[in-house]
Design a protein around this ligand. Structure first.
Ligand SMILES: [Fe+2]
Length: 122
């Protein structure tokens, strides 16, 4: 999964087929968008890393992050390879999601200020 962000305006996009040209790339606000790499932000790990609880054939995901107007989790995403499920969130929502249990999948949380975080589902 590839997510890019504009570091000027904060626009975020999911990329299905990235530009491979040497001198261009996806541009927003006149600059190349930055690929988000999970778990590299300076944000607090305990507020961003998805907490995953397996319950039979489902996983319950919680992110212990505030959902303020200007700082919130934008999405929680299950990436199971060819299948993805996204729970889109907005300020005031509870940062929770329920997905089918898929062994070996990855669950991401996307903070509008602190980027992408991920944890593998065992
Ligand atoms: Fe954050």
């Amino acid at each position: 999964m590839l997510i890019k962000k504009c570091l000027k305006c904060g626009a975020t996009v999911e990329v299905y087929n990235d530009c491979n040209c040497e001198d261009c790339g996806m541009v927003c606000c006149g600059e190349k968008m930055t690929a988000l790499v999970p778990n590299l932000s300076d944000g607090a790990v305990e507020k961003h890393l998805p907490l995953v609880e397996k319950d039979g054939e489902i996983v319950k995901v919680t992110v212990a992050h505030p959902m303020d107007e200007k700082h919130y989790i934008e999405a929680i995403i299950l990436d199971a390879g060819v299948h993805q499920i996204k729970r889109a969130l907005k300020p005031g929502d509870e940062p929770k999601a329920t997905f089918p249990y898929v062994k070996g999948s990855t669950i991401y949380s996307l903070c509008n200020k602190h980027g992408l975080w991920s944890i593998d589902v065992l």
